[in-house]
Design a protein around this ligand. Sequence first.
Ligand SMILES: C[S@@+](CC[C@H](N)C(=O)[O-])C[C@H]1O[C@@H](n2cnc3c(N)ncnc32)[C@H](O)[C@@H]1O
Length: 295
Amino acid sequence: MMAGRRSGGTLHTPMTDDASTERISPTAYATGHMWYRLGMSHPVLSTAQGKRLDAAFGLVTGALKRIGGASFDALMIARHKGIDARLARAIDEGRVSQVIEVAAGLSPRGINFARRYGDRILYLETDLPAMAATKRRLLAQAGLLNEHHRVVELDALADRGPHSLAQIAKTLDPKLGTAIISEGLMSYLDSDTAQDVWRRFARTLKKFPHGLYLADSYTSRDNRGSGAKLFGAVLGRFVKGRIHVHFGSAAEAIQTLRGAGFRSVAMLEPRELPETREIAQVKGAGRVRILEALT
Ligand SMILES: C[S@@+](CC[C@H](N)C(=O)[O-])C[C@H]1O[C@@H](n2cnc3c(N)ncnc32)[C@H](O)[C@@H]1O
């Protein structure tokens, strides 16, 4: 671990771009509405702010699509459905019955999995305190929370303290297989910070009989065009930080995640999975991979 820095009683690893990742949070409103617009979510997660932001991003991604032909919606559908498919498979096969979704934002996955699996799983949606409070309020308003589906404060960068992964993991049953999901978070973190987060995830998952980590992941080999770079630059400007593509290739990703403590790692392409095979035919979907790592 790198030398830490204290903020609000929590030990944080330093980031080179910005001291706090709270600046990223508004993007969760945009994707919150986007999942709804794409027919994958519940109306309660579509906010006025999200609608405005999604429309603004749509102007940029629409222009890029007209120039290069790649669809940002296709990438988002592929990543979300891909993660869903691998998580459902692990639950159906009996390997996982506890889920910690890190940086859940206004994603519908918690609602969808709680609906599908009921009391057969425990689903913890987590995010930084302000976003967690918003999610909890919206879900409670719609009567969607219960003891198997909860919202908890978690800072992915915290090594210890009440909002750390270590602390949240202690509340789970150590005898049950557990998954950690992160969607749309890692690209906002610089390389050193991301490696610390992956090591923290692996360390935590090793405490359970089965550990599964799922995330969207990107390689520069899959994102060569100027369109991808331009979109990254626009998004970076919006969140006042850089967007990071952590890996040159899938092989490099596998090596890095193994180095972080995972036993087996795959970088799945949307065209490889039955659930995303159709969307994979749309240009743009091939820019994302589903990172699946086991402990
Ligand atoms: C792009 S949004 C993704 C939200 C959701 N996963 C989705 O795909 O719709 C990024 C999320 O990361 C959260 N976030 C930022 N920094 C974080 C941190 N240090 N720990 C946990 N979550 C964080 C933000 O609050 C926001 O909800």
